[in-house]
Design a protein around this ligand. Structure first.
Ligand code: SF4
Ligand code: SF4
Length: 266
């Protein structure tokens, strides 16, 4: 690695560490322990998956290793969310009020900010069905560059939604797992009548866990000299599905993905 690249990596790591400190603000010691656990697991899983994928020398095996790392960080998020919901009266109240269920998908009209690893995991799942691949590739240009409000206004559904349900459910991004509401009617009103999402997302802990995992993934990618920013789900998935060499080139440090509109590039 050259001096310039090393300097850039050191400065990115410094920035990432400062962000980790930010995660602690406003949380009690027990919550900080959980957040650190999520960050560290995501970091270690991602670094190990990148190493495996680089060694694999086979696109499918490499993709599978990266998808498995996403599955592990999604699992820990699900587990800690469930732990919270089962931990007492407040958790039980929230559980009883969550309106989300299969067949409800107003929330699948939004831009979804994901790590590159998540885009790779969703692409790996979508690749199993050529119709799904075609849908992702056809949808990406239709929503390219749309900001959050314009994307909602365009009323374009996520291309992996099939028959009213998420067809990549096990591999779905952490943000989708974290997106919950106490009122489907409110979702319809806010999302389909041009509103934002923040007003009705009533259960914040899974979203914080998701952001912590994303931080760990980004730290790991930056450490290994890879594009580490977040991407829009459909755009990132289309990048992977549209070019068989995309993941390999990303692993080699090439600039393959376009950053999520609201996120800072490396
Ligand atoms: S977030 Fe809203 S639209 Fe999405 S599943 Fe839950 S209630 Fe339905
Ligand atoms: S990945 Fe699944 S849950 Fe997420 S927006 Fe797409 S269809 Fe909805």
């Amino acid at each position: 690695m050259g001096d310039a690249k090393r300097r850039k990596q050191a400065s990115t790591e410094g920035l990432q560490e400062a962000r980790r400190e930010n995660f602690h603000k406003g949380f009690n010691p027990a919550e900080r322990v959980q957040l650190d656990r999520v960050i560290d697991l995501a970091y270690r899983n991602t670094r190990s998956a990148i190493a495996h994928a680089r060694e694999a020398g086979d696109a499918a095996l490499g993709e599978a290793a990266l998808a498995a790392a996403h599955a592990r960080s999604a699992h820990i998020q699900d587990e800690l969310t469930e732990q919270f919901l089962a931990s007492g009266a407040e958790g039980e109240r929230i559980r009883s009020e969550i309106a989300c269920k299969k067949g409800c998908f107003f929330c699948c009209h939004v831009n979804v900010e994901v790590s590159i690893l998540e885009a790779i995991a969703v692409a790996a799942e979508a690749r199993k069905d050529p119709a799904k691949v075609a849908k992702v590739l056809a949808t990406a240009p239709a929503i390219a560059g749309l900001g959050a409000k314009d994307r909602i206004g365009a009323r374009v559904l996520c291309p992996v939604l099939k028959d009213g349900a998420c067809s990549v459910y096990e591999a779905r991004p952490r943000a989708c797992r974290a997106f919950t509401s106490f009122s489907a009617g409110r979702c319809e009103e806010e999302l389909l009548n041009g509103g934002g999402t923040e007003k009705f997302l009533n259960f914040g802990w899974p979203r914080i866990l998701s952001a912590a995992a994303s931080h760990g993934v980004q730290q790991a990618c930056a450490h290994d000299g890879l594009q580490s920013f977040t991407v829009e789900l459909t755009a990132g998935t289309a990048t992977v599905l549209g070019d068989p060499s995309a993941v390999g080139r990303w692993l080699a440090g090439e600039q393959v993905f376009a950053p999520y509109a609201a996120s800072e590039p490396d």
